[in-house]
Ligand binder design. Structure first.
Ligand code: HMG
Ligand code: MG
Length: 300
């Protein structure tokens, strides 16, 4: 059997959370429904966070209720505290993602809490999730660099990832929030982090700010990771990471992985149609090099 890779589509959440223009719930619902037809098995559908902190995610409950849940597709949402968990439970969410950081300053800017305080919030959350048979994924931000503290050492990343794993997160996504990582940096990071969490329970979450995301995925594949977060059309940025651009484009991941002999299950043509549609809707050009190359070839 061919080696398989699971892509976690984060466009509707990470991709849109920083968007300045108002995006109606209907557009988000249509985006998720269109993505659901592309062969993706996980689509992050929103964030049940404070609307004062991230206004764009304010109607995530309406969006979640409105999407057509397809068999075989999971729709996780971000949850920072019990308040978000209660909302998630109320609309029938089956998987949540909790998030913290390897940088103290980022943690405070993003969640108004120290790293330890985020874990104090997680404890009741994990208990409630377990009681309700809800799966929990964990995110660590700033694993290779922080917009406020600069370079981040592998040691705090390994510790925070290990704590999330010990708490019961089935998978820990390592976020290069500001996209500063490189092939060598990811290799060094993972040689330490895989001592705390097995590679089979880690995911790579690479923003493409410095154009290194595909190389970083390559380094992570070498270290045994088979799950990567990506965003259709390369949408995105983080409201609390100034200057950060979008995640690696899902189309570019599918192209690179499939051409390298790995199986993603994603229909690239269908995905590029979604990429063009959401980019037109948001009045921009897709950030995916693959989608742009196809458009140029078709135009000539
Ligand atoms: P706080 O201000 O300390 O919390 O924020 P609070 O308890 O004092 O609440 C403030 C107000 O928010 C109150 O409203 C609460 O009711 C309300 P008021 O009484 O003033 O009218 N509130 C909520 N409303 C709805 N849902 C909730 C909720 N919680 C409180 N769940 C808090 C603490 C954690 C809530 C806040 O800091 C927050 O929401 N932060 C989220 C920031 C965020 O979403 N960042 C982006 C996602 S992380 C990311 O992008 C990185 C990632 O992609 C990986 C990577 O790239 O690194 C995952
Ligand atoms: Mg992110």
């Amino acid at each position: 059997m061919a080696d398989t890779v699971r892509l976690v589509e984060v466009g509707p959440r990470d991709g849109l959370q920083n968007e300045k223009q108002t995006i109606e719930p209907a557009t988000k619902i249509e985006l998720i429904d269109r993505l659901s037809l592309c062969g993706l098995s996980v689509i992050e559908a929103g964030a049940f966070v404070s609307p004062k902190w991230v206004p764009q995610m304010a109607a995530s409950d309406t969006v979640f209720r409105g999407i057509t849940k397809r068999r075989g597709v999971t729709y996780p949402v971000l949850v920072p505290n019990m308040r978000g968990f209660e909302t998630a439970l109320g609309v029938g969410v089956r998987e949540i993602a909790i998030f913290t950081a390897a940088s103290e300053t980022f943690s405070r800017k993003n969640t108004n809490a120290t790293i330890d305080e985020t874990f104090a919030r997680f404890a009741p959350l994990i208990r409630a999730a377990t009681d309700n048979h809800i799966k929990v994924r964990g995110y660590v931000s700033c694993v290779l660099g922080c917009p406020f503290e600069g370079e981040i050492d592998a040691e705090p990343v390994a510790q925070v990832a290990g704590r999330l794993f010990d708490l019961g997160c089935y998978e820990i996504s390592l976020g290069d929030t500001i996209g500063v990582g490189t092939f060598g940096g990811v290799r060094r990071l993972l040689s330490r982090v895989t001592q705390a969490v097995p590679a089979t329970h880690l995911a790579g979450h690479f923003h493409d700010t410095y154009g290194q995301a595909l190389a970083n995925i390559h380094a992570a594949l070498d270290a045994g990771l088979r799950v990567f977060d990506s965003s259709v059309a390369g949408l995105g940025g983080c409201p609390y990471a100034p200057g950060a651009t979008g995640n690696v484009a899902t189309e570019d991941c599918v192209y690179m992985l499939e051409k390298s002999g790995l199986t993603t299950g994603v229909d690239l043509d269908a995905l590029m149609q979604v990429s063009r549609w959401i980019s037109q809707t948001l009045h921009r050009t897709p950030q995916s090099r693959v989608t742009r190359a196809h458009a140029a070839r078709n135009a000539s």
